[in-house]
Design a protein around this ligand. Structure first.
Ligand code: NOJ
Ligand code: CA
Length: 563
């Protein structure tokens, strides 16, 4: 074969000039044209609480590296690490003081590189948490910004004069109090949607946009595969600072309720997301969004009109279903399936009570944990797990104000107890501190660590962990679960949520008993051209015979339909 030298030279030149553009376009992972993030199972790690390698009571990057075998064996394809960048830790890392480094409490950039190299070997991708709306008040940009009205970075944040001795308008911070803080150096107020120590960046300033886009390039080049974008709803504010409409009642912090009409979900956010997506596409990456959408129309906006914004805007609708109701889940699943992009499923995270407690009845909690896995891991879409769900970790909410670490729990006590409960150390084994650390952990380990931990559950074939492993294995290998459409069936059943995943002429049946009583369901398989449902994964004694599936209380049956 003869080489085409001019072409070769041009491509070499292009590689040097535009390293990203030289990359191949994303390769689909199946004949449907799906991309890697559509088949991947994501797993959120709260780094303070995952694994502590240097025994100071706080988890770290080397701790995560040491657990990659576990994660791979579990069936995880990508880890999203909550912020591990330098930070005064006012909001436990969501106050970033340097976007391009690692906080010493979590390790070093070299440790990150080790994690990245080892993850690559394990075929586990890394997603970082990008806090786009605000920085720490200790970030060098803000320190410069507050130093004088003419500082280079003054307009990187939102500064305004007050109204007499009052803040510029009535906006309240979602963490309590006014969203404006007076700074005596220049006698102006700066805006903060979250804590005062988290000043909002001014995304209307092109220099801010460029700098933030560059941050993502910097990490892509270091080997990350994408970002979870923090609080995207809050990126822009009304430039005229119109007062928000007030609503009846007061919130946990004692502030009059208000609709955040003029400081959240402004249309300009979509232009910023399109910009971030362009950079992401150069690296075959993925953008996950913390998007608190109230309906599917809003969710669609985050996918972008041409699917050119977020690939995975998180749909938190499941987290708002407070009881095991087939009708309610059916409604939410149908809604997400009608959206213009690929669905994402989340059942808890570091801000939301664990699903174990949300649905647990105190008697069948472990069965219910398996039931929830049977649901969000068999739907059409990408699941984002939260560490500890796979072993049935419990929310361990503090009972005394003096024990609270989360700032919102301290300000909002007793109405708002904060988020410590869902951030406790990962439970690795029965030893002291659940094998998380040899030192006292930053948050207490609940007593249930003795019964719910990785080491014990790995040995028990009936454990929640063993169920997750079986299910994740099936999800990675079964074509219907990977690519099939979602077809709801038996839609009037008040007890059992059932659906098919159909790919070409094959179908998998999923039946989930959402009650504490055993159930028998006749699926009329013969009438529909099938002879039986061959069990693929099921809990307890849940099984099928002919047309009928018998389910244990809160039982799960997943079966291949056979003709
Ligand atoms: C959302 C994060 O998930 C939460 O933990 C944090 O406190 C706020 N954004 C502010 O960054
Ligand atoms: Ca903002």
């Amino acid at each position: 074969m003869r080489y085409n030298f001019p072409l070769l030279l041009t491509s070499i030149l292009l590689c040097f000039l535009f390293p990203a553009a030289a990359q191949n376009p994303p390769k689909p992972v199946d004949s449907e044209g799906h991309l890697w993030w559509q088949h991947a199972v994501f797993y959120e790690i709260y780094p303070r609480s995952f694994a502590d390698s240097n025994n100071d009571g706080i988890g770290d990057l080397n701790g995560i590296t040491s657990k990659l075998d576990y994660l791979k064996d579990l069936g995880v394809d990508a880890i999203w690490i909550s912020p591990c960048f330098p930070s005064p830790q006012v909001d436990f890392g969501y106050d970033v003081s340097d976007y391009e480094n690692i906080d010493p409490m979590y390790g070093t950039l070299a440790d990150f590189d080790t994690l990245a190299a080892s993850s690559k070997k394990h075929n586990v991708r890394i997603i970082l948490d990008f806090v786009v709306n605000h920085t720490s008040d200790q970030h060098k940009w803000f320190l410069d910004s507050k130093s004088s009205k003419t500082a280079e970075h003054r307009d990187w944040y939102i500064w305004r004069d007050g109204k007499g001795s009052q803040p510029p308008n009535n906006w309240t911070s979602t963490f309590g109090g006014s969203a404006w803080k007076f700074d005596p150096t220049t006698s102006q107020y700066y805006y903060h949607y979250f804590y005062a120590a988290q000043p909002d960046l001014n995304w209307r300033n092109p220099a801010v946009k460029d700098a933030m886009f560059d941050v993502t390039r910097w990490w892509y080049k270091r080997g990350v595969s994408g970002f979870r974008l923090d609080a995207v709803d809050t990126l822009y504010e009304d430039p005229n600072l119109k007062d928000n409409p007030e609503r009846p009642g007061k919130n946990a912090f004692g502030d009059t309720n208000q609709e955040h009409k003029f400081n959240t979900k402004l249309p300009e956010v979509h232009e910023a997301l399109r910009g971030l997506r362009k950079v992401t596409d150069e690296y075959n990456g993925v953008l996950i969004g913390e998007t608190w959408t109230s309906d599917i129309a809003e969710l669609n906006q985050y996918y972008g009109q041409d699917n050119n914004e977020l690939q995975l805007p998180m749909d938190f609708l499941f987290t708002s279903v407070n009881q095991l109701s087939p009708a309610e889940f059916r409604k939410q699943i149908a809604a997400v399936n009608s959206a213009s992009g690929w669905p994402t499923f989340v059942i808890s995270n570091h801000d939301i009570m664990r699903s174990y407690d949300r649905y647990g009845d105190g008697q069948h909690n472990d069965e219910i944990a398996k039931l929830m896995a049977g649901l969000y891991l068999t739907l059409r879409g990408t699941p984002i797990m939260y560490y500890g769900e796979e072993i049935g970790m419990k929310t361990n909410t503090p009972t005394r104000k003096e024990d609270v670490k989360d700032p919102i729990g301290r300000t909002g006590w007793p109405k708002e107890k904060g988020r410590d409960g869902e951030r406790t150390p990962m439970q690795w084994d029965e030893s002291d501190n659940a094998g998380f650390s040899k030192a006292a952990p930053w948050l207490p380990v609940p007593p249930t660590a003795k019964t719910h931990n990785v080491a014990d559950e790995l040995k028990d074939p009936e454990s929640i962990l063993s169920f997750y492993k079986k299910l994740l294995k099936l999800r990675h290998t079964n074509r219907e679960l990977l690519d099939g459409s979602y077809v709801p069936i038996n839609q009037n059943d008040q007890n059992v949520l059932s659906y098919l995943r159909v790919y070409q002429d094959q179908a998998v049946l999923v039946a989930l008993n959402m009650t504490g009583a055993a159930q028998k369901v006749n699926f009329e398989l013969k009438k529909n051209g099938f002879s039986s449902a061959k069990s693929l994964v099921a809990t307890g004694k849940s099984s099928s015979s002919g047309d009928v599936v018998t389910l244990d209380p809160y039982g799960v049956f997943i079966g291949q339909l056979v003709r």
